[in-house]
Ligand binder design. Sequence first.
Ligand code: NAD
Length: 293
Amino acid sequence: MAKIGFIGLGHMGNPMARNLVKAHHEVHVFDLDRAAIETAVRGGCIGAYSLLEVASDKDFIITMLPAGKHVRSVLLGENGLLEQLKEPGFFIDCSTIDLTTTQDVHEAATFKGHGILDAPVSGGVAGAEKATLTFMVGGLHDAFIKAQPILASMGKNVFHAGAATHGQVAKMCNNLMLGIHMIGTSEAFILAEKLGLAASTLYEIASASSGQSWTLSRYCPAPVLPDTPACNGYKAGFAAAMMLKDLNLAIEAARNNDTTLPLTEKAGDLYDDFCRDSGALDFSAIIEFLKVR
Ligand code: NAD
């Protein structure tokens, strides 16, 4: 059993923390939102009243925060945990964030003698609830081996992607494919409808043909699969605003490294337009936006 501090108890963090409890770990939790802490406490976690309290004297400190600026405010600077913590800690950042912040956090943690991994996830809220997430981990191999059993309590696939930041690199590359696939799949169903081909027929044929993809077979944007957002009013799921955030992370990383990603940029423009009014909808709802353009 490990003593774990968990910071950030939103859609993802809350079920992840509760799965650590189910795996018999002692889990202390903190969030700016007291209601989120109370939900976690009902799941067997122990509530903390400050960042320092949740992080002190723990084997692992896991962060699951919205974006780089939140990770910076929790970990870096004079008031950040890397500076405040008296003893060496072991930080696992599961948030999806930018590479600059990730690199800064790795450098600052290592300088202070803390362990550190970037470990973003794929699998969404359903994966967080069912403990079937995929973890993509960046950092030293020894640190990865130490953290692996903890991450395995929250997911079914735990990959060591490579050195510091490579977890985030794997995540942004995966999600740029996902965003582009979703738009491509949506366009196919829009054209099929225009030409009189039933969505269920296209689904059946393309699932057995070379157009097959995860977005088609598991998360189809046309309403052919029960339990997908398309059959449930496009309630997120994985919000379009999150997809836009991830596409922008990839675009920024490419620009900072003299690389152009024309299709990712186009996908980013489309999600940007879509998110002006509908960012809270599931990202597969882009099919409805593309229909009326
Ligand atoms: P969320 O907005 O639901 O939760 C974030 C939580 O962090 C909130 O409860 C917020 O109060 C808390 N928080 C913010 N600043 C804080 C601070 N300074 N101290 C303590 N708590 C603080 O977000 P989410 O959907 O759980 O996503 C978290 C991360 O996981 C994001 O980086 C996201 O990109 C990534 N992710 C999300 C999904 C998904 O489907 N939602 C899937 C994969 C990855």
